[in-house]
Ligand binder design. Structure first.
Ligand SMILES: Nc1nc2c(ncn2[C@@H]2O[C@H](COP(=O)(O)OP(=O)(O)OP(=O)(O)O)[C@@H](O)[C@H]2O)c(=O)[nH]1
Ligand SMILES: [Mg+2]
Length: 380
């Protein structure tokens, strides 16, 4: 057997129970391997198979599997897709058949990178697989369709003319782009018993954290992934802040402070049925929440500024609070089709380009984003 290893295969579907699994075969020998291992039920595969047509037949074996095979591309590198029955055993038979034909198995991410028409399209396809909400998926799909690539082409032309207006316009969406696959961190903090855990539960829509009338119920940082207005958010419920009692409480409070220090937004919760307890120092990015609005207030929160009155118990004001959180995290949501730097490192590179002393010096950053070479697959 030759050890050319020029042709790769990857299982594109996750392991586990499913009706169908997909295996991609890519490389110069993809078509010849398919011709040898695949026995079509009707006509054989032609020498130059038409693209995107489907053939039904047996692959590998015996026993092999009944599969649907399609040729996605023949140039510059042949690309064949095999849709077989799902389940780990069938997939194992088929990948063993491929390995017997000297095909190297790789991770699906590498095959995406190898097959995408452009590096940014490959990045967008990979980002799509781990974006958590429909809203963020929609933005990444726009980039997969070429929104960012087109914008970078225009930016490069403008930079060549000594102008960087478009580059600064694109950077408006760098903050949102950083969070399309990584949630915003929203910390819920305040004095003991003000209703922090109740508020997290109300925002998450289920009973994530323990709620009791006993002050000091939450001792550690409890995280919950949720979506607010379609944006992925990790909520951090924290221990109530007050002059520390025992060592356990002190540790909980220290962890709460650490969480606040790295938060994208802190919801500082105040209890309207008692005197307000404010944070020790200034919080860089805070939204005041006046809780327990279902009960008679002893304090009206007149100094709250843009704060929101809610009842975590009855859910009154929770929609308004969600809208306010969304507005603080993403003040300017990108319109459909807008170019967005859709990953943290892409946003970093564009910011580095904008920080260059001249438009000419910014151009290599743009070129690097457009031409970063796709890496060949690493073996699994
Ligand atoms: N009436 C009323 N009671 C509430 C509301 N939110 C919370 N509570 C009550 O306030 C008490 C404390 O609620 P928690 O959510 O545990 O408060 P916490 O801030 O997480 O408390 P610690 O974890 O102890 O710091 C419980 O008895 C809740 O039922 C509200 O909106 N209205
Ligand atoms: Mg709590």
């Amino acid at each position: 057997m030759t050890q050319t290893h020029d042709t790769y295969a990857a299982v594109m579907t996750p392991p586990g129970a499913s009706a169908v699994a997909t295996i991609t075969l890519v490389g110069p020998r993809a078509l010849s391997v398919a011709r040898t291992a695949f026995r079509p039920a009707a006509a054989p595969l032609p020498d130059s198979p038409p693209l995107n047509r489907i053939w039904y037949g047996q692959f590998g074996g015996p026993p092999g599997d009944a599969v649907i095979l399609t040729v996605r591309r023949t140039h510059p590198v042949p690309w064949v897709e095999i849709h077989c029955h799902g389940g780990s055993e069938v997939v194992r038979w088929l990948t063993q058949t491929l390995e017997a034909h000297d095909v190297r198995l790789g991770p699906w991410e590498s095959v995406i990178a190898l097959m995408a028409e452009t590096p940014l399209r490959a990045r967008a396809a990979a980002a799509l697989t781990c974006t958590p909400t429909g809203r963020t998926a929609g933005i990444i799909l726009d980039q997969w369709r070429g929104a960012l690539e087109q914008a970078l082409g225009l930016i490069d032309r403008e930079l060549a003319e000594g102008n960087r207006t478009r580059l600064s316009e694109l950077l408006r969406y760098a903050p949102v782009g950083r969070h399309l696959t990584r949630p915003w961190r929203v910390v819920v903090a305040g004095a003991p018993n003000v209703g922090k855990s109740s508020l997290v539960n109300a925002l998450a829509g289920f009973q994530r954290g323990v709620v009791t009338p006993v002050p000091g119920t939450t001792r550690d940082v409890v995280t919950t992934l949720t979506a607010i207005d379609g944006w992925p958010v990790e909520l951090f419920d924290t221990a109530g802040q007050h002059p520390a009692g025992d060592a356990l409480e002190a540790e909980g409070i220290a962890r709460a402070r650490e969480a606040i220090a790295t938060a994208d937004l802190t919801l500082w919760v105040l209890d309207s049925t008692g005197p307000p307890v404010w944070p020790d120092g200034t919080l860089p990015n805070v939204l005041w929440v006046l809780n327990k609005s279902d009960r008679p207030a002893v304090w009206g929160g007149t100094t709250l500024g843009d704060g929101v009155a809610v009842s975590a118990q009855t859910r009154a004001g929770i929609d308004e609070l969600s809208a306010r959180i969304s507005g603080r995290l993403v003040p300017e949501p990108p319109p459909p089709g807008a170019a967005v730097p859709f990953a943290p490192d892409i946003a970093d590179q564009l910011e580095a380009a904008a920080a260059e002393s001249s438009p000419a010096a910014a151009r290599p950053w743009i070129a690097a984003l457009l031409s970063h070479p796709a890496k060949p697959p690493d073996p699994v």
